[in-house]
Design a protein around this ligand. Sequence first.
Ligand code: FAD
Length: 335
Amino acid sequence: MSDNKGVLIYGEVDGENMSSVVTELLGIGRKLADARKERLSVVLIDKNANACAGDAITFGADRVYVIEDVPADKYEGASHAAIMEKLCSESVNPAIILLGQTINGRDLAPRLAFRFDAGLTMDCIGLEIDPESKRLLAQKPVAGGNVIATYSMKDDRVQLATIRRKTMEPLTPDESRQGEVTVVPSGVDASAVKTKVINTVREESEGPDLENADVVVTGGRGVGTPEEFETHITNGLAKVLGAAVGGTRAAVDFGLVPEQQQVGLTGKIVGPTLYIAVALSGAIQHITGCAGSKNIVAINKDENAQIFKFSRFGIVGDYKKVMPPLIERLNQIVS
Ligand SMILES: Cc1cc2nc3c(=O)[nH]c(=O)nc-3n(C[C@H](O)[C@H](O)[C@H](O)COP(=O)(O)OP(=O)(O)OC[C@H]3O[C@@H](n4cnc5c(N)ncnc54)[C@H](O)[C@@H]3O)c2cc1C
């Protein structure tokens, strides 16, 4: 094995808090670090980094590197890559670097892999340590989501991976956990900044945010028409449950639901406590987006529909007959 040791997480900061994906990275990072009997560190590069350091320890980090003297207000790829390179080569020397499969993570990970001349596996849904070689084994969906492939990186000096949201469990926060916080100068100035974010636009959507919702109701092609989708899903079951609304790709293609609500391999990844799948077949590309749900409930008129294999509860029947009494009963319970 090389001299590089430990797991380092690139921790994104959202306003005054750690981004939720960081708690997921800390959950898996803790397991990897324990399996290698090494330390788990996280680096927070943001003007509010110090405010999040305690949370990072609570969620599993042994050490937090706080870098607040950032040369740009918002994330900027070239300067963050320069900061990470400096930190890794001068202080941390990690064996594994984990990032979220987020807009920033997708931009930063290849830059780091290039700078470290290291292997990178992107969009992972599972990570473990090979008990013998102690190398990272990274699982990711390939071939349109039909196959889960396991990758091992050739050079074990530094191994990088990005993690798909909602595929890893955060640890239960433990306020009594102890860790070290080290404030580090970024070591780069404004000349490292190569691009400028002129404007950011938040996607507007009604109701709860799909990716962070605790309850999601998703409709498939079998719902029929946009009007039926609106009546039974958006203004029906989702409304009474205060749920976010999702759709399959076929539902999107048929104009039943807007594209930004697509769940699956090429859509959003969700991980609610309750996922209700209405009139959708359960194609693997769809399941890839909702497999992290704690409980899947399916309504489908075909008793052999694949979705039932992934469901905790299933109702076989025409959704138009099943849903009205269900909605009525739920209305009685919640009102
Ligand atoms: C590269 C690639 C990426 C993809 N990415 C995604 C993705 O991100 N998300 C995604 O969802 N798909 C994705 N797909 C498409 C995916 O393979 C399926 O085609 C799609 O998920 C099917 O959508 P569906 O279940 O709504 O439709 P169908 O497969 O047509 O299923 C409709 C279901 O509705 C049931 N039904 C019909 N009428 C009723 C009724 N009245 N009551 C009850 N049940 C009824 C039927 O029994 C059937 O099971 C991708 C495909 C590829 C190749």
